[in-house]
Design a protein around this ligand. Structure first.
Ligand code: GH3
Ligand code: MG
Ligand code: MG
Ligand code: MG
Length: 302
C-alpha cells in the first residue's frame, strides 16, 4: 500500500520498486522537495494511481508479478491515469530495454545508479509539462460557464462506458435534462441571470449523483446529460427524482413559467441485455425528453 514518507506539498511522486533500498535512495533524494509515496509492485502501482493519481511515477522495470512495463501499459489504458508521466529507472543499460520502456508509454529512462542532480532536473521538467497538459486538458474538456464537463468529453465518456457495458452486460443509464421555459427566463431576468441559473442547475445536477462513475455534462445551451454506469431503470428513476428535488430546492423564481420557479424536463434511456442498442441511447433519451416537454414539462419520461 502507498505510504507517505513526507508531506511537503509540491508535486506528488510515486516510487515503484520491489527493493526497499532503491525506494530508500530515491525518497531520500526527493523527500525535501516533493510528496513521496512508495509501493513495491506493478499491481499496487496501478491501484494507487487509480485511487489517488500522483503527478509522476518513478518506475522500476523488473518486479515480480506485474512488472514495470506491464504496469505502465495499464496506466496508459485508463482515462483516469493516462496522463500521469512514467519515468523508468532501471539497471538495464541495453537499448532494447530502453526501447521497450518508451514503447510502453514511458516519458523518460534513467539507468541506476542515477545521478541525483540529473534526476531532480528531469523531474522538475516533467512536472512543469504535466501542469500545462492538465490545464489544457481541463480547458478542452470542461464547460467554461458551468465547470461541468463539456459535450466533447461527454461523447468520449459515453463511448468508453458503452464499450465497457457491452463487454460486461451491465446496464448503462442516460438522462437528458432540459430547463423549462428558459428563453423566457432570459427575456425576463436578463442573460447574466440566465448564466447564474445555468451554474446553479449544473451544481444541483452534480449534487444529485453520488457514485464515482456517475457523470454530468453540459450537452449544449440549457441542456445537460447525466451518464449513470451500472444503473438499471429503477436506479435512474431514483436519480431523476433526486434531480427534481435538487432543482426544486434551488427555489429560483420564474414568473414566466406556470410553475412559478425554474424546473426541468428529463428524458431517460437505459441500455441493458433486453435493450442493448447503445447507439440509440441518446436518441431514445432525447425522444423521451421531447415527450416530457410535450406532455406538460417538469417531469421525467422513460
Ligand atoms: P422548453 O421549455 O421547451 O425547453 O423551452 P425553452 O425556452 O427552455 O427552450 P428554447 O430551446 O426555446 O430556448 C433555450 C434558451 O436557452 C434560448 C437561449 O437563449 C438560452 N441559452 C442557451 N445557452 C445559454 C447560455 O449560455 N446562457 C444563457 N443565459 N442562456 C442560454
Ligand atoms: Mg526490481
Ligand atoms: Mg429548455
Ligand atoms: Mg433546449
Amino acid at each position: 500500500m502507498g505510504q507517505a514518507l513526507t508531506s511537503v506539498n509540491k508535486g506528488k511522486i510515486l516510487i515503484v520498486d520491489d527493493e526497499a533500498i532503491n525506494i530508500h535512495i530515491l525518497s531520500n533524494t526527493l523527500t525535501e522537495i516533493y510528496d513521496i509515496f512508495a509501493v513495491t509492485s506493478g499491481k499496487e502501482a496501478i491501484e494507487f494511481c487509480l485511487r489517488t493519481p500522483p503527478d509522476l511515477v518513478l518506475m522500476d522495470m523488473d518486479m515480480p508479478g506485474v512488472d514495470g512495463l506491464a504496469a505502465c501499459r495499464a496506466l496508459k489504458e485508463f482515462g483516469e491515469t493516462r496522463d500521469i508521466p512514467v519515468m523508468f529507472i532501471t539497471v538495464h543499460v541495453d537499448s532494447s530495454a530502453e526501447d521497450r520502456c518508451w514503447d510502453a508509454g514511458g516519458v523518460d529512462f534513467l539507468v541506476k545508479p542515477v545521478n541525483t542532480n540529473t534526476l531532480k532536473h528531469r523531474i522538475k521538467s516533467h512536472l512543469a509539462l504535466k501542469q500545462v497538459t492538465d490545464e489544457l486538458r481541463k480547458m478542452a474538456y470542461q464547460d467554461g460557464l458551468t465547470q461541468v464537463s463539456n459535450r466533447r468529453y461527454f461523447n468520449e465518456y459515453l463511448a468508453r462506458q458503452s464499450k465497457l457495458k457491452q463487454r460486461s452486460g451491465l446496464p448503462l443509464g442516460l438522462m437528458m435534462f432540459d430547463i423549462d421555459f428558459f428563453k423566457s427566463f432570459n427575456d425576463l431576468y436578463g442573460h447574466l441571470a440566465g448564466d447564474d441559473c445555468l451554474r446553479l442547475v449544473a451544481k444541483a445536477l452534480s449534487a444529485s449523483v453520488v457514485r464515482p462513475g456517475d457523470f454530468v455534462a453540459r450537452f449544449g445551451g440549457e441542456e445537460f446529460a447525466i451518464v449513470l454506469p451500472d444503473t438499471d431503470i429503477e436506479g435512474v428513476i431514483l436519480v431523476a427524482q433526486r434531480v427534481q428535488a435538487q432543482i426544486k430546492a434551488l427555489a429560483l423564481n420564474h414568473e414566466g413559467s406556470p410553475f412559478g420557479r425554474i424546473s426541468g424536463s428529463i428524458g431517460i434511456a437505459v441500455s441493458d441485455a433486453k435493450n442493448p442498442e447503445q447507439a440509440k441511447l441518446i436518441e431514445r433519451a432525447d425522444k423521451h425528453l421531447y415527450q416530457a416537454k410535450a406532455t406538460g414539462r417538469n417531469k421525467f419520461v422513460f
